[in-house]
Write a protein that binds this ligand. Sequence first.
Ligand code: MLT
Length: 407
Amino acid sequence: MAYVNTNFTKVSESYLFVEVARRIRSYQEQHPDAKIIKMGIGDVTRPIVPAVIDALHKAVDEMATAEGFHGYGPEQGYAFLRDTISNFDFKSRGLDIEPDEIFVSDGAKSDCGNIGDILGVQNVIAVTDPVYPVYVDTNVMGGRAGEWDGVRFNRICYMPCTMENGFVPSLPTEHVDVIYLCFPNNPTGTTLTKNQLKVWVEYALKEKAIILFDAAYEAFITEDDVPHSIFEIEGARQCAIEFRSFSKTAGFTGLRCGYTVVPKDLVAYTEDGKAVALNKLWNRRQSTKFNGTPYIVQRAAEAVYSPEGRAQIMENIAYYRENAKLMKETFESIGIPAFGGVNSPYVWIKTPLDSWTFFDRLLDECRVVGTPGVGFGPSGQNYFRLTAFATHEATKEAMDRIKNWKL
Ligand code: MLT
């Protein structure tokens, strides 16, 4: 008899965005002529920029030659990309992150989930609430979440982030071992200042806890006081892992590339108190379970850092920022509080209805899709997320429909 991993039976039947997609499909079947505008899942719409496409073509052509062919590459990523990342994303900001602390992957979502492989099952996990569902679901799968009590998992520490606390989580009142922080935040689109993040680094150092810092949206930061990397905070090398993604930065949601920084100073402990370096463990995990991101994709990612690549991706980001601005202004003009959108592609609104009722009515009456806040956690109830990743035309059309909506 084969036994199932019963942890998997504890996660909700479908992943949030799969459920949203299911509801859209069902609505579209019943209303085949409805022109639905999708602002739900954070998937980009701008094509990949020319500098990256050129690099991709060049790499594809190389693969057709005996000299340029690449088979298995280094599991951690090619040196050309790790060096480039180290220089541009860290050293240029005065941050000491070496290439061998950078692990290139097929995206931040995979890494955020896979990192649990090297963390003990006994760790108490803390998440902000609302939260990117991957952090919770992968800990349920990994056996760290406890039981579902109808609202929450009873071994996870949920840290509410609402209008009332300005979307800034308070430190847990009981000890936790692993803390997921995503800033700029998905789903709320809000941020922490350097001083606010410093509080978390100090907490983690004191508690010997680890912060899993998801910086997938750092390219959208506009304000000076918002850190682009947790390693801007003193002491973070001893307590943090950082996840980065090319998905939203450079339109790689379909191409797939991201990376994870595991500093060599970072340790976690055995039950008898022996410190184990996580950089080595992650390296071991990746070289066993992962065969590397495709060469052509890594060449494409490298081109993101070229002068042309950088200028071109910043144009796309500015395009999405304009959408976010329009969305925020629209909701504010009809008296619906709207947050985020300034350092982030997400706008988070406070709804006068519960999240799923708002979803259904927005879909039925405006033919606009967003993501119900409660799908991100109990504190997301009565909130709703919209992404700025649609085209200008679709965003404007959606906002016009919403302005005329009798809610
Ligand atoms: C989201 O909509 O929250 C993101 O696109 C999901 C992801 O990045 O996996």
